[in-house]
Design a binder for this molecule. Structure first.
Ligand SMILES: [Zn+2]
Length: 314
């Protein structure tokens, strides 16, 4: 007899403001159907495209990894599909961001993961959530843009895989070690690239407020049309304030995003026109690019964003 997962008491799951308390703090299992202990390989499900990529990097061929969201989809307003319930119900390990990012999936995960391991990767004492100014101090979920925080995601994914599927522990550990080294290299590369932009020119204006962790980690001032969730509506006074910032700080370029509404991106374009700034390019915020594109992995996505930012602000 063994335990598939023991959820630490400081990792109480909470998605979308919902309560998962019925799941209980500790889930002990006698058997893990469909896991690597049986005939089938471990089934891992990731919510966002960043998390699914991470799971694939570490699981390798030792587990089956499926993703819920597709490239370009907005996690804040994700519309749950019928197949998601089946996917989630079949998971041995469910990896989510947490901090209310996957708000629409919260109840589906709560109701369909009994006996599975659920890890909310951003909800750990090792990550200090930023508070949203525009959303009454709600925790900002976009911590993957600090590469050292994504490193924490990677370590927690490795640890969960090793714990649930110890027969493949060596493989999980080896792949994690090499992936963590790639993340360290990426973090240093981002710092180096951003340092090429003079400090006074390091001002990013984007569609929604997804880059505060990026700004904090790499010393850039970040402003956005709306707050941390794309459910919010832009307010006229925020737009006026943003235009003032663009003028006062002599911001060279504003950025639109791939996973937000066209309406929001149009507002950014209008602010650029009225202030004389240009559109510096399109950033990947809450979703990776298509699988075969340069931004089809987390590392590729960060590199593409940084190239776009440096090119536009230099
Ligand atoms: Zn977002």
């Amino acid at each position: 007899m063994y335990s598939c997962y023991e959820r630490p008491t400081n990792e109480r799951p909470r998605l979308g403001g919902g309560c998962w308390c019925s799941v209980g703090l500790i889930i002990a299992m006698i058997a893990c159907p469909g896991s690597a202990y049986g005939q089938n390989r471990l089934k891992v499900v990731g919510t966002t495209t960043m998390i699914t990529d991470l799971a694939r990097q570490i699981a390798g061929d030792d587990a089956d990894v499926s993703g819920i969201m597709r490239p370009g989809e907005d996690p804040h307003i994700y519309e749950v599909r019928p197949r998601d319930v089946q996917l989630i119900a079949g998971a041995d390990l469910l990896l989510a961001n947490g901090l209310h990012l996957e708000s629409t999936l919260g109840h589906v995960i709560t109701n369909n993961t009994e006996g599975a391991t659920v890890v909310l990767l951003a909800e750990t004492p090792r990550i200090t959530p930023l508070q949203s100014e525009k959303l009454h101090g709600a925790p900002d979920p976009h911590c993957w843009f600090n590469v050292t925080y994504f490193r924490v995601f990677a370590e927690r994914t490795r640890d969960a895989l090793v714990k649930i599927d110890p027969n493949h522990a060596d493989g999980y550990r080896q792949r994690a070690t090499s992936y963590l080294a790639e993340l360290d290299e990426l973090h240093n590369w981002v710092r180096q690239e951003i340092s090429r932009v003079p400090r006074e020119q390091r001002v990013m204006v984007t569609s929604h407020d997804a880059f505060q962790y990026f700004g904090e980690a790499y010393d850039i001032d970040v402003f956005a049309v709306i707050g941390i969730s794309t459910e919010q509506q832009p307010k006229p006074r925020d737009l006026t304030r943003l235009a003032s910032i663009v003028r006062e700080r002599h911001v060279k370029a504003l950025f639109i995003e791939t996973s937000v509404s066209q309406t929001l991106n149009t507002i950014v374009t209008k602010i650029a026109k009225t202030t004389g700034a240009k559109i510096g390019g399109t950033l990947y915020s809450d979703s990776l690019g298509p699988p075969d594109s340069p931004a089809g992995t987390y590392i590729g996505m960060v590199r593409e964003n940084v190239k776009t930012v440096v090119r536009a602000l230099q």
